[in-house]
Design a protein around this ligand. Structure first.
Ligand code: GLA
Length: 744
C-alpha cells in the first residue's frame, strides 16, 4: 500500500481507493502533494508543487526568489522560517529561541501499526490490515528528532497520523505546539462541518463556508466538551449526504483540542488537528520523548454519509476493542431519572423485578449509592456503599439482581471529590488547584489531580475492592465538571503546561488498569451526558451516554449529529418518562422506543408507573430490539432525512450484504393533509425483491424501486381516522414508525 519513488523522494500511500502523497523538499522539510481519490502509482508527482515569485514574500535561500514556505504545501509546518500561517509545531530551546528547522533524515515502512503508548489509538489484528510509513526528521541544532507516522488501512479509507518527538540534544526543549495532523489543500473551495452545542444539546451539525482566515473549534476545559467535538469535516459545496467529496478529521483524544481550518491569500487551505496549543507546554529533557494523540482522516466520494460509514467501521472494529467489541450489548435499565438520589434497596429491587419481567438484562444503579451522597454536595471520592440505603452493601444488592437473572451495573465518578468526603478530609491536596487561589467548583465538586499516580492509585484501589467483591458487569463512568485553576502541586513550575494532558493520560491509565483487571467489564462513558463523547473514550468504553437530554425529539438531532463520526452502537439511548424531565414534552412510547433503539438501548424510568398498555409496548420493543440488535450494532447506517432541515427525521440500518434493513421515520409535528412522501433508501440490492412491513402495511418491491422511487411513507397525516391505523393517534405530533425491509 505504500510505495516510494526514491529518486524524487515521493511517498505514496494508496489502498486502491484513496491516495496520500508527500515528498521531501529540496530544503529537507516535508512537503504535501495530495490527499483524495486514489491516483496511479509509479508516476512522477512533483509538478503538483506550485510556487511562483510574489512580492513581499520571504524566501528560504539567498539568490532564490521562488521558494518560500509561505507558498509551499507542507506536512508539518513551522513558523518563523518564511511561513506566516499557523504552524503544526513550535519548540523553544533553552536560549529562548523558537525557530525550528526539521529536515528529512530517513524513512521506514512497517507492516501493520504500532500502538501509541499510554494513548488510545486505532489498531490492527493482523499486519496485513495496514501499512505504516514513518518519516524521521531532525533539527540538528536543537537536537530534536521528529517522527511523522502515517498508517493507511487496507479495508477502510482512512489514514491515521501521529507524531513522536525525542530530545536527542544536551539541553531541555519545550514543545509549545505539537499538532497531530496538518494538511495543506491546494484549494479552499470547501465548506467546513463541525459538531457544536451545549449541555443537553450536544453535537448539532454546523456547516460554514470557508472564508479567508481561520475557522476553528476547540476545547480548553480539560474534557473534549459539550460545546465542540474533536472533529472537523470538509465538504465540497455540491456534496450532499450521499454524493460528492468529503474529508473528515477526528482526534482520538478526550482532553483540550484544536481543530482548525485556515484559508490563506492564495486560497490554500491548511487543516490542523491536535492538542490545543493554548495552555500547552511540554518540557522534553534530554533523552525524553513525547507522542501526540492520534488523528484519523477519512476521504469519501459518497458524501457526508460515506465519510460517516468510514468512521463507523474503523471506530467500531478497530478502535473499540476487547470483550464487548463484537458482543451484543445488554438492554439496560438505569434508575437515575426515576429516583435521582432518593431510593433504598427495596425500591431498586422493585424496579429490577419489573425490568426483568419486561426482558431487560442489566440493572444499573446510578449516582447516590456511596458515602454521604444524598445530594450533590457530598460523597464523591468515598466509593463505599451507604448502609442507610443499601443495608446489604453493593455485593448484597448485586447478588439479588443476579439471582433475578439480570446483570448488575454501577455508577462511578472516579475523577471527582466533594469537600464533604472522607477522601477530601484525608487528602485535601489531591485536587487540582492553583496555590494561593480559591478553587472554583462545578456541581459542588472538585477535580482530582489525575496527573499524579498516587491519586489514580487511590481511586483504582477503591474501585478494585468493589469490582472484585461484588458481581459488577458494567460501570457508568461519569465526569460532571470541567477543570479550572489547572495546576498540579506534584510538578515544578516549568511543567505546569503539561497538566491538562497528564490529567487525561491519568484517566486513560485508570481505564486501562480496570480493563486489564476486569476484561469482561462493560464501561459506558459519560460526562454530564455527552461532554466527553469522543474517539479517545471509545477505545476504553465501547458505549457512551450521548446526552442528559433523553427526550426522543431532542434526541433526533443529538443522535443524528453524533452519527457523523460515531457508530450508533456506541450511543447510549434510553426510553425515559413523560412528560420528559428535561423539556417537559410528552411523546408516544413507540417514538421513544424507536429513537432509543438506534443506539445502545435501555430504559430510564420507573416501569411500575406505566400502564398495562405501555408495558405491553415496552415488552414488544425489547423483544424487537433483541431480534435486531446485531443489525443495529453491525449494520451500515444511512441518514435519510435530517431533523436539522425539516419536520422529519429518518435513518436506515442495513445489513452489509443488503439482505435486510430497518428504516426509522419520525414526523416531528403533525401536519394536516400533507404531500405524498417517498424516501429513497440505500444499501439494498437492486435486483432483489424485498417485503416491506410496518405497523400498518405490507407489500413487496425490488431493491431498485426502493432505492430509486423510494420507500412510500404511509399517509397517517391526512387528518382522517383510517380503520385499523391506530386511530387519530397516528395524526398526533411526534409519531414515528419503523419499516422493516427484508429480502424474500
Ligand atoms: C450526570 C449524568 C447523568 C446521571 C447524573 C448523576 O449528569 O449524565 O446520567 O448519571 O450525572 O448525578
Amino acid at each position: 500500500m505504500i510505495t516510494v519513488n526514491e529518486k524524487e523522494h515521493v511517498f505514496h500511500l494508496n489502498n486502491g481507493r484513496i491516495s496520500y502523497l508527500l515528498y521531501v523538499m529540496d530544503s529537507g522539510q516535508m512537503g504535501h502533494l495530495y490527499f483524495g481519490k486514489a491516483l496511479h502509482t509509479g508516476g512522477s508527482y512533483l509538478h503538483m508543487v506550485e510556487k511562483a515569485h510574489r512580492p513581499m514574500t520571504t524566501y528560504i535561500t539567498e539568490g532564490d526568489l521562488y521558494t518560500s514556505y509561505e507558498h509551499l504545501r507542507q506536512e508539518y509546518p513551522v513558523y518563523g522560517t518564511s511561513d506566516y500561517r499557523y504552524p503544526a509545531l513550535e519548540v523553544q530551546g533553552t536560549d529562548g529561541s523558537s525557530i525550528c528547522k526539521p529536515e528529512y533524515h530517513s524513512y521506514v515502512i512497517v507492516s501493520g501499526k504500532k500502538p501509541l503508548e499510554g494513548l488510545p489509538a486505532t489498531y490492527v489484528e493482523d499486519d496485513g490490515e495496514a501499512e505504516t510509513l514513518e518519516i524521521l526528521m531532525r533539527d540538528e541544532w536543537l537536537g530534536l528528532e521528529i517522527t511523522l507516522s502515517y498508517t493507511i488501512f487496507r479495508d477502510c479509507d482512512a489514514i491515521a497520523r501521529s507524531v513522536r518527538f525525542v530530545n536527542q540534544g544536551k539541553n531541555p526543549l519545550f514543545l509549545d505546539r505539537a499538532m497531530s495532523l496538518s494538511l495543506d489543500y491546494p484549494d479552499a473551495d470547501w465548506e467546513s462541518v463541525q459538531l457544536s452545542g451545549s449541555w443537553a444539546r450536544e453535537r448539532s451539525v454546523v456547516t460554514k463556508k470557508l472564508e479567508p482566515g481561520v475557522t476553528a473549534v476547540s476545547s480548553m476545559r480539560g474534557n473534549s466538551s459539550h460545546q465542540h467535538n474533536p472533529f472537523l469535516a470538509l465538504k465540497r459545496k455540491d456534496a450532499t449526504e450521499h454524493a460528492g467529496e468529503v474529508c473528515g478529521f477526528s482526534l482520538v483524544y478526550s482532553g483540550n483540542f484544536l481543530a482548525q481550518a485556515e484559508v490563506d491569500n492564495y486560497n490554500v487551505l491548511r487543516v490542523m488537528l491536535g492538542i490545543n496549543p493554548f495552555g500547552f507546554r511540554w518540557k522534553l529533557e534530554p533523552g525524553e520523548s513525547f507522542v501526540t494523540p492520534e488523528a484519523v482522516m477519512v476521504w469519501s466520494c459518497e458524501g457526508m454519509n460515506g465519510m460517516s460509514r468510514q468512521f463507523h467501521t474503523l471506530y467500531r472494529e478497530r478502535l473499540a476493542r476487547g470483550y464487548w467489541r463484537d458482543r451484543e450489548r445488554p438492554v439496560l435499565i438505569n434508575n437515575w431519572e426515576a429516583t435521582a438520589f432518593d431510593y433504598v434497596e427495596e425500591d431498586l429491587i422493585r424496579f429490577a423485578l419489573k425490568a426483568k419481567e419486561c426482558g431487560i438484562e442489566l440493572f444499573v444503579l446510578d449516582d447516590g449509592w456511596f458515602g454521604a451522597r444524598n445530594n450533590d454536595r457530598a460523597g464523591l471520592g468515598d466509593w463505599r456503599a451507604n448502609p442507610a440505603k443499601l443495608p446489604n452493601g453493593i455485593k448484597g444488592l448485586a447478588d439479588q439482581i443476579e439471582a433475578l437473572g439480570m446483570k448488575f451495573g454501577l455508577w462511578f465518578e472516579p475523577e471527582m471529590v466533594n469537600r464533604d468526603s472522607d477522601l477530601f478530609r484525608a487528602h485535601p491536596d489531591y485536587i487540582i488547584q492553583t496555590p494561593g487561589r480559591t478553587p472554583s467548583h462545578g456541581r459542588n465538586q472538585f477535580v482530582l489531580d489525575f496527573s499524579r499516580r498516587e491519586v489514580v492509585d487511590e481511586i483504582y484501589g477503591q474501585m478494585y475492592i468493589l469490582l472484585s467483591q461484588a458481581k459488577i458487569s458494567y460501570i457508568k463512568w461519569d465526569m460532571n465538571r470541567s477543570i479550572s485553576e489547572c495546576y498540579s502541586s506534584a510538578f515544578p513550575a516549568d511543567r505546569q503546561g503539561e497538566i491538562f494532558h497528564r490529567y487525561i493520560l491519568g484517566v486513560y491509565s485508570l481505564h486501562e488498569r480496570l480493563i486489564q483487571a476486569f476484561p469482561k467489564l462493560l464501561i459506558e462513558s459519560c460526562s454530564s451526558g455527552g461532554g466527553r463523547f469522543d474517539a479517545g473514550m471509545l477505545y476504553y468504553a465501547p458505549q457512551g451516554w450521548t446526552s442528559d437530554d433523553s427526550d426522543a425529539i431532542e434526541r433526533l438531532k443529538i443522535q443524528y449529529g453524533t452519527s457523523l463520526v460515531y457508530p450508533v452502537s456506541c450511543m447510549g439511548a434510553h426510553v425515559s418518562a413523560c412528560p420528559n424531565s428535561q423539556v417537559g414534552r410528552s411523546t408516544p412510547i413507540e417514538t421513544r422506543g424507536n429513537v432509543a433503539m438506534t443506539g445502545a438501548f435501555g430504559y430510564e424510568l420507573d416501569l411500575n408507573k406505566l400502564s398495562e398498555e405501555e408495558l405491553k409496548t415496552v415488552k414488544q420493543q425489547i423483544a424487537f430490539y433483541k431480534q435486531n440488535r446485531g443489525l443495529f450494532a453491525q449494520g451500515s447506517f444511512y441518514r435519510l432525512l435530517s431533523p436539522f432541515e425539516g419536520n422529519f427525521a429518518a435513518w436506515e440500518m442495513a445489513e452489509r450484504d443488503g439482505s435486510r434493513a430497518l428504516v426509522t421515520v419520525t414526523r416531528i409535528l403533525s401536519e394536516i393533509n400533507g404531500p405524498y412522501r417517498r424516501i429513497p433508501l440505500l444499501g439494498l440490492n437492486p435486483d432483489r425483491k424485498y417485503r416491506i412491513c410496518s405497523r400498518y402495511l405490507s407489500y413487496d418491491a425490488y431493491g431498485d424501486e426502493l432505492m430509486q422511487f423510494g420507500l412510500m411513507l404511509e399517509d397517517q397525516a391526512s387528518g382522517q381516522v383510517i380503520e385499523g391505523s391506530g386511530g387519530s393517534g397516528s395524526c398526533e405530533d411526534f409519531r414515528s414508525l419503523v419499516y422493516e425491509i427484508m429480502a424474500i
